[in-house]
Design a protein around this ligand. Structure first.
Ligand code: UP5
Ligand code: MG
Length: 190
């Protein structure tokens, strides 16, 4: 499977920091296929599949879906894309998902982009988004922050210890953030 993953970059940060927004711009400018694991999970819920109800309940609680579910969706999307340059948005979310994905594919990301944003600003962005997501209530948002601190920050620490973490100040306007992101992606151009 590693052969399909010619180049893999991941984006991680707290909920609402701007992963989706920056990934859209990176994909357009640098020829990556953008895979948002949150979006893949929401599509799975909509499709009414066997796992749909379980996934919806976990997302509503801000919990991390087990790796056998997310990795299956991710690998399917990778194979269907026909590309070999991937931008993986919001994954791996915890050490269990990271270890499982890396042992199945035998591929580590070239780097992980961390969009650094204060919690109050992420909260403002999520509440202003208003797209009817099941997890955008104040209650679920607070749970998502807690899960981020407890489970995702250790993944950031892991990649930092391998010198694979790239950090950008994401508290600024979208285009300012993208200026810094572009510098990081420039060596991997389309
Ligand atoms: N916005 C963006 N950038 C801005 C800026 N610089 N200045 C001002 N406004 C900015 O942005 C959020 C909003 O802010 C938008 O309205 C945008 O215009 C504005 P967006 O780009 O959507 O932020 P993003 O980081 O993508 O926020 P999102 O809510 O998608 O992040 P989450 O990490 O919470 O959501 P995700 O979809 O990745 O995951 C949802 C759930 O799925 C998880 O909680 C979990 O239950 C489950 N999940 C798993 O179980 N496993 C996985 O591997 C992944 C997800
Ligand atoms: Mg998103």
């Amino acid at each position: 499977l590693g052969a399909f993953l010619g180049s893999r970059k991941s984006l991680l940060c707290g909920p609402g920091c701007g992963k989706g927004t920056q990934c859209t711009k990176i994909a357009e400018n640098f020829g990556f296929t953008h895979l948002s694991v949150g979006e893949l999970l929401r599509e799975e819920v909509k499709s009414g599949s066997e796992d749909g109800a379980m996934i919806r309940n976990m997302m509503k609680e801000g919990k991390i879906v087990p790796p056998e579910v997310t990795i299956k969706l991710l690998l399917r999307a990778i194979l269907e894309s026909g590309n070999d340059k991937f931008l993986i948005d919001g994954f791996p979310r915890d050490e269990e998902n990271r270890a499982a994905f890396e042992s199945i594919t035998n591929v580590e990301p070239d780097f992980v982009l961390f969009l650094d944003c204060p919690e109050e600003e992420m909260e403002r962005r999520i509440l202003a988004r208003n797209q009817g997501r099941v997890d955008d209530s104040i209650q679920t948002m607070r749970k998502r922050f807690r899960v981020y601190m407890d489970s995702t920050v250790p993944v950031l620490d892991h990649y930092n210890s391998k010198a694979k973490l790239r950090k950008v100040d994401a508290s600024r306007p979208i285009d300012k953030v993208f200026e810094d992101v572009k510098v990081i992606f420039a060596p991997f151009g389309a």
